[in-house]
Design a protein around this ligand. Structure first.
Ligand code: CA
Length: 273
């Protein structure tokens, strides 16, 4: 009898250990795809990219850091800056997005957002919010904002008042440091700060459906802060663009081969970070 009990206990231990090992090395079944380069385009290597979107053939870019923050209209094919409006100190510019004839910009820790005319970049006012400002995008109904936490805010685009929130999880683990955002064919794409991963988020449940790994992109030698940040989608042309802070190139990418062993994805999907 004692032997049977010991055998059962041993079997339970083996199965439990096996499960944890499986969970460690299979990141919740959430697929990771390598970003494959379709085209590499010029990008201002001094731009500390914090916001990026594509509209009517043009890229719009928001840059950060105190003293070099600005909004820009950029020609995608050449990287040429066609129009620029500085955001003076003490503000640190973050995400940008357009709504109708306006462009909205949030700031990192100043709890102040700025409104500009989309066509002339003329100042149109400010808005206030709580917490930090990181990324912005919109889904046609709401403006979606990240603040460095796993919770995305949905804002009324006319008033910028909060309407609802979405908690983002991967394999049940909250996904911290969601940064630059993009609405792509019914999903929210989000750079995860200081990783090479872009999360594809189900907007109904907040669950991460997959990751895009951009580790092969950007300059080989780069500063610690010069991470991937900036996703823009040309919905009509089905073109997905990504860049990073002080990256001299902007890339049109598509999902390439599946990555079987992503340490970054494993950490996120086992709540290890
Ligand atoms: Ca974006």
């Amino acid at each position: 009898m004692k032997r049977i009990v010991l055998a059962v206990v041993a079997a339970i231990l083996v199965v439990t250990a096996g499960y944890f090992l499986y969970a460690r090395f299979q990141p919740g079944g959430i697929p990771v795809y390598r970003a494959s380069i379709v085209a590499a385009l010029p990008h201002d290597g001094a731009a500390f990219t914090e916001g990026l979107f594509f509209q009517d053939g043009m890229l719009y870019e928001g840059t950060g850091e105190v003293g070099t923050s600005a909004i820009r209209q950029v020609k995608p094919e050449t990287g040429q800056v066609l129009k620029e409006e500085q955001l003076p100190a003490p503000y640190f510019g973050e995400g940008i997005i357009a709504w109708k004839d306006r462009l909205y910009q949030v700031t990192w820790q100043d709890r102040t957002g700025f409104i500009y005319g989309l066509n002339d970049f003329a100042p149109r006012g400010t808005f206030a919010y709580s917490g930090e400002g990181w990324g912005l995008t919109h889904n046609g109904k709401s403006i979606i904002m990240s603040d460095g936490t796993p919770v995305l805010r949905f804002l009324d685009p006319e008033t910028m008042a909060p309407v609802s929130t979405l908690r983002v999880t991967a394999n049940g683990c909250p996904v911290e440091k969601l940064n630059e955002l993009e609405w792509v064919d019914g999903e929210i794409y989000a750079n995860i700060w200081q990783t090479n991963l872009i999360a594809r988020i189900d907007p109904a449940t907040g669950e991460v459906r997959g990751f895009l790994d951009v580790s092969a992109l950007g300059p080989q030698a780069r500063g610690q802060d010069d991470v991937a940040n900036g996703i823009a989608y040309d919905a009509a042309g089905k073109r997905l663009f990504v860049t990073g802070k002080r990256w001299p190139q902007l890339y049109q990418v598509k999902a390439g081969e599946r990555v079987s062993n992503s340490d970054e994805a494993a950490r996120i999907t086992t709540c290890a970070r």
